[in-house]
Design a binder for this molecule. Structure first.
Ligand SMILES: Nc1ncnc2c1ncn2[C@@H]1O[C@H](COP(=O)(O)OP(=O)(O)OP(=O)(O)O)[C@@H](O)[C@H]1O
Ligand SMILES: [Mg+2]
Length: 215
């Protein structure tokens, strides 16, 4: 089983959105997939409850139980576990980081998110791991995303002296799209809500990239 952790110390960056969309993409791809929700607010678990489909399995858990929950997922035949985390729990984020084969950091191309990303990278460094930033909610027009990439690169290279592994930036950006919001309200994801839409297409590309990154 491969394990992906979705982390960001900034609230509202898109952790839960990315978690459930990648999990559904994996289900569509025929993978046995489990979402592990470490956020006490249980947004991903609530979304799971509101779904008509049984898959993906969504388990709400505490950080201290993560190794056991992952073990249970393996025993239940899961191919992939995606861990959603809370913005303000360092313990949970670290547990997810330590357990993960791949760490994704959703980040909006906005000044407050970019200022906060150093805190998230610090956590990744603490565990001597590397992570990939996924730009999320990129506006359809303007140069915000390119400026964000530049800002993240600068921050990453400034941190490189103390963190040689560093962070990379995913080649695919996720746009600011209504389908990401409306689909979750309906207990779905963009792939189910608007299968031919741009949001579904972007998630499919991020999913493919993620599979390659996982090897
Ligand atoms: N690409 C996007 N386009 C449009 N809206 C988005 C996008 N990504 C996320 N959102 C919206 O932004 C809000 C925050 O997203 P989400 O809940 O996924 O963030 P989060 O990082 O999990 O937040 P928290 O830190 O509170 O757990 C939600 O209302 C969600 O629908
Ligand atoms: Mg969330």
């Amino acid at each position: 089983m491969k394990t992906v952790a979705i982390i960001s110390r900034k609230g509202g960056a898109g952790k839960t959105t990315l978690t459930v969309h990648l999990a559904v993409a994996a289900c569509i791809d025929g993978k046995e997939t489990a979402i592990i929700d470490l956020d006490p607010q249980a947004s991903a678990a609530g979304w799971g409850d509101s779904r008509k489909q049984e898959i993906p399995a969504v388990v709400s858990a505490q950080a201290a139980r993560l190794p056991k929950v992952l073990e249970a997922a393996v025993n239940n035949g899961a191919d992939l576990a995606i861990i959603d985390t809370a913005p303000h729990s360092e313990t949970a984020a670290l547990a997810a980081i330590r357990a993960a084969d791949l760490i994704l950091i959703p980040c909006r191309p906005a000044i407050l998110d970019l200022r906060a990303i150093g805190d998230t990278i610090d956590l990744v460094n603490l565990a001597s791991k590397t992570a990939t930033v996924v730009l999320n909610a990129v506006p359809p027009r303007g140069s915000l995303a390119d400026e964000a990439v530049e800002a993240i690169r600068l921050k990453a290279s400034a941190l490189r002296a103390i963190a040689p592994l560093g962070v990379s930036i995913a080649p695919i950006r996720i746009g600011q799209r209504a389908a990401f919001v409306h689909s979750l309200t309906a207990g779905q994801t963009a792939q189910e809500y608007e299968p031919l839409g741009k949001a579904a297409e972007e998630i499919q590309q991020v999913y493919k990239w993620m599979c390659d990154a996982l090897g």
